[in-house]
Design a binder for this molecule. Structure first.
Ligand code: AKG
Ligand code: FE2
Length: 364
């Protein structure tokens, strides 16, 4: 079947291809006799123990109530909370998000089912040769070539037009429907959140999220690591190259940590909430007022963690720059084309620097 993707969308798929061949972690864990010192070596990080982790702080991640934002009596106070969350945390939980429970339940169910499939069944999705790496350990390779202890499925999604994408996994057979529904509902939710974020800045929605046309979904499975859970990372420290990211913590197993004042703060999954974070492009547009905060995922000795991230981006042709009305003082970020930024972000050629650093205007 001919891919219905348009030019810029298929370019996105090209840039997400894995730069190095890597073994599928879930498969590796399943055949435990292969977990030798040699195979583990690529995952072990000697220095994670040195990082300070602040337990007991997770409850403080702001909780925003979408119902209160939609109520004229409570909107002002809730917007103040949202503004504080974006400035101070870069992360917030959203309750009363409006996604139907059954849509979330069906998506969670199918994500769990997908990762339970044997490897060749996961890979069984029609795709044009060489076009995308839909399933597998993708581009998450840190500079020292240490690998992340995770398996992932990345789907480019822009419902409802692209339900006919040729690379949906064939199993579970309800997957395309459940993930498609979730994706459509999430898009509606994101419009609200982007509108309210624009309101916290007193700018026009069209200037901000109004051009967020692209939603990419990434489902991640973090296998347990019995032998050395404190020596591997599920996801290396990074900030998201999106405008905003919306995370569904599929089975509510803890693992995500966010960096705040140079310590890692664990995020306690909130079963009723969606977790939203500020991405690099929103940081650029707000001239640094809203922070795209670094985060990572740790591994549990006994429990698997499953999550689904939805990255919201403006279309690839869009040009991003600090919005004049928001700038206080100096302009700190360059003007970037979304496509260029996405390529840089995914290129793994950053010499230890974050993509965001390249968008900063260096002080003269
Ligand atoms: O799995 C998670 O909790 C976070 C995943 C993440 O940070 C990402 O997909 O960018
Ligand atoms: Fe992330």
């Amino acid at each position: 079947m001919e891919s219905p993707l348009t030019g810029s969308e298929s370019r996105w798929l090209h840039v997400t291809k894995s730069p190095i061949p890597v073994r599928n972690v879930q498969d590796l864990v399943a055949s435990s006799d292969e977990l030798t010192a040699e195979t583990m070596e690529r995952y072990i990080r000697q220095d994670i123990d040195r990082d300070v982790v602040l337990a007991g702080h997770s409850a403080e991640i702001p909780v925003i109530d979408l119902a209160k934002l939609l109520n004229p009596d409570s909107v002002a106070a809730e917007l103040a909370k949202l503004r504080f969350a974006c400035e101070d945390w870069g992360f917030f939980q959203v309750i009363n998000h409006g996604l139907p429970n059954e849509v979330i339940a069906a998506a969670k169910h199918d994500i769990e089912d997908f990762f339970r499939l044997p490897l060749d069944a996961k890979n069984d999705h029609a795709q044009r040769p060489g076009e995308i790496q839909g399933y597998g350990q993708a581009f998450v390779v840190s500079d020292d070539q240490k690998l992340d202890w995770a398996d992932m499925l990345s789907l480019f999604s822009q419902p409802p037009q692209h339900r006919d994408m040729s690379y949906w996994p064939k199993q579970p057979h309800t997957f395309r429907n459940s993930i498609g529904e979730y994706s459509s509902e999430l898009l509606k939710f994101s419009r609200y959140i982007e509108t309210f974020i624009a309101k916290t800045l007193n700018v026009d929605y069209e200037l901000m999220g109004g051009n967020c046309a692209v939603q990419t979904l990434r489902m991640t499975y973090y296998p347990p690591c019995m032998s050395m859970p404190n020596k591997v990372l599920g996801f290396s420290p990074h900030s998201d190259g999106s405008f905003i990211t919306i995370l569904l913590e599929v089975n509510s197993v803890q693992g995500l940590q966010i960096r705040k004042h140079d310590v890692w703060v664990p995020v306690k999954p909130h079963p009723e909430a969606l977790l939203v974070n500020v991405g690099d492009l929103l940081e650029i547009m707000t001239n640094g007022k809203y922070k795209s905060v670094e985060h990572r995922v740790t591994i549990n000795a006994h429990k698997e963690r499953l999550s689904m991230s939805a990255f919201h981006l403006p279309k690839f042709e869009a040009i991003i720059s600090p919005i004049p009305d928001i700038i206080e003082g100096k302009v700190l970020y360059k003007t970037v084309r979304v496509e260029e930024y996405a390529k840089l972000y995914l290129s793994n050629k950053l010499d230890g620097k974050k993509a965001l650093d390249f968008a900063k205007i260096s002080p003269t």
